[in-house]
Design a protein around this ligand. Structure first.
Ligand SMILES: C[C@H](O)[C@H](O)[C@H]1CNC2=NC(N)=NC(=O)C2=N1
Length: 102
């Protein structure tokens, strides 16, 4: 089900994901939460979503900035699972008042 996406498919779908950029086999975005506890709650929410999907982000937390890096390791690149998880991260970020530069 999770075949690698083409360059065109990736670029088109990133158009619906403000703040998300592609770097080779990964897509990533940084979100700034109102404060550190909210950043941690955002990470906790994304952990629940990721576990639900069976698809997990790399996460970097620095004070109230949280960077999510997505790739499908089993396929060696980007699949629809990464796009789906990015949308879930974006929606959770909105709920927690976290914003992205994009
Ligand atoms: C069996 C299980 O679904 C796999 O190991 C999943 C777990 N989470 C994963 N997450 C990500 N980002 N890539 C994977 O290939 C992956 N594989």
């Amino acid at each position: 089900m999770s075949r690698l996406l083409t360059d065109e498919e990736i670029e088109r779908q990133l158009g619906d994901l403000p703040g998300w950029t592609r770097d080779g086999d990964e897509i990533s975005a940084s979100y700034e939460a109102p404060d550190f506890p909210t950043a941690i709650r955002l990470v906790d929410e994304v952990a629940i979503e990721a576990e639900d999907m069976g698809h997990h982000p790399d996460i970097d937390i620095r004070w109230r900035t949280v960077k999510f890096v997505l790739s499908t390791h089993s396929e060696g690149g980007l699949t629809q699972l990464d796009v789906e998880l990015a949308h879930r991260v974006a929606q959770a970020s909105t709920r927690f008042g976290a914003t992205t530069g994009g």
